[in-house]
Design a protein around this ligand. Structure first.
Ligand SMILES: [Fe+2]
Ligand SMILES: [Fe+2]
Length: 227
């Protein structure tokens, strides 16, 4: 068992190589796809992890804080294998025992698990910089490749919006203190209105997360600035 010291902090690479984490993340993908949800597995974990790191890095936070945001990003949806409902809080509790077992100090565990426990739009809040970075990273992963339903006739609104999204980019500009989510949507598949129908709550959450980081949140869809 690896035990971290101050000189040897737990890294994202160690988290990615951990057998227990791999099993749970793989099961989350498997069980959620049976329920028809969009992809919440290793692909989403990797993208959110890299984006959460980037948000804090671009705003010149210390490298260790960026790494903790990356770890939170990688683990944030791990509890979907237990149940989709309240998976932020159950994921925080799971992550507490995993990172403690790996030897992460409590000061760092606190940042990671508070972020995970606050990433759901129904009950989450930007309580610190790591939580804010995770919210922005998670809510900006909207993409065609996340749709697991293979039958277009059975697409529901989340499938349509994700399928219509050809690209989504999260841009952080430290100088102007602006964080921009730029999405390209094929409007023949999904009108922009449908995007808002399911993403309004997420965009409000992103705005608050950006504000916590002393930034303004902007939403750009097909080159139109909507927020
Ligand atoms: Fe989630
Ligand atoms: Fe997620």
């Amino acid at each position: 068992m690896s035990v971290a010291t101050i000189e040897q902090p737990i890294t994202l690479a160690q988290v990615k190589a951990d057998h227990e984490i791999n099993v749970y993340l793989t099961r989350s993908t498997k069980y959620l796809s049976r329920l028809g949800f969009t992809e919440h597995g290793l692909r989403h974990a990797g993208i959110v992890s890299a984006l959460a790191y980037k948000v804090l890095q671009e705003l010149a936070f210390p490298t260790r804080d960026c790494e903790l945001a990356a770890i939170a990003g990688y683990l944030h949806d791990i509890a979907n294998m237990i149940n989709r409902y309240n998976h932020g809080v159950s994921g925080a509790i799971m992550t507490f025992s995993i990172l403690t077992r790996m030897g992460m100090p409590p000061e760092e565990v606190a940042l990671v698990i508070s972020a995970i426990g606050n990433h759901e739009e129904e009950r989450g809040n930007a309580v610190n910089h790591v939580a804010s970075a995770l919210i922005l990273a998670d809510k900006s992963d909207v993409h065609r490749s996340r749709v697991t339903n293979r039958d277009f006739a059975k697409f529901e609104i989340h499938d349509r919006v994700n399928y219509a999204a050809e690209s989504s980019k999260l841009l952080v500009d430290k100088a102007s203190r602006k964080i921009t989510l730029a999405v390209r949507i094929d409007t023949t598949i999904c009108p922009v209105m449908e995007y808002f129908e399911i993403f309004l709550l997420r965009m409000v959450m992103c705005r608050r997360a950006a504000e916590f980081l002393d930034c303004q949140f902007k939403l750009v869809i097909n080159d139109y600035e909507l927020l």
